[in-house]
Design a protein around this ligand. Structure first.
Ligand code: TYD
Length: 141
């Protein structure tokens, strides 16, 4: 099945406001549309650096800017979109098969990623030309 950018979903997580501070939570299937098999986070990113620059054949992810801000750049091989994340309760669901790059990290930004599979290097497409071939093959199916 062809993955297109309209399958990306931006959503708000619950935000419990309190004089003592705000609290946000998430639950598997309730807020995240897959079983969470892995959590990783990206932090201490030097100014001007980017992360990602690849696609996954199977992995689905949810991105949250727990602290600070960054841009999530997505590409389905046909169209591109940029999502700026800068609130702890904003989340983005990214389906499999999209090229992604993270950049424009603010100082002290903390990017939390919820992942649908364990780490598997074989699931990565790290070459953009190969990615274009992959999505064009998928389109024909
Ligand atoms: P990579 O996914 O390429 O980082 P990014 O996309 O953020 O630039 O991963 C960088 C390194 O970390 C690579 O050697 C694989 C390793 N890694 C793991 O071992 N487990 C993980 O869950 C992740 C995300 C990366």
């Amino acid at each position: 099945m062809r993955v297109i950018l309209s399958q990306v979903k931006l959503f708000d997580l619950p935000k419990i406001m309190d004089d003592r501070g705000n609290l946000t939570f998430l639950e598997e299937y309730e807020h995240v549309p897959f079983e969470i098999k892995r959590v990783y986070f990206i932090y201490d990113v030097p100014g001007g650096e980017s992360r990602g620059g690849h696609a996954y054949k199977e992995l689905e992810e949810v991105f949250i800017a727990i602290s600070g801000s960054f841009d999530l750049n997505l590409d389905d091989g046909n169209e591109q979109m940029k999502i700026s994340l800068n609130r702890s309760y904003h989340a983005v669901y990214v389906p499999k098969g999209l090229w992604r790059k993270l950049d424009n990290f603010s100082t002290n930004s903390l990017c939390l990623v919820l992942a649908s599979t364990a780490y598997n290097e074989a699931d990565y497409i790290r070459d953009y030309t190969k990615f274009l071939k992959f999505v064009n093959c998928e389109q024909k199916n």
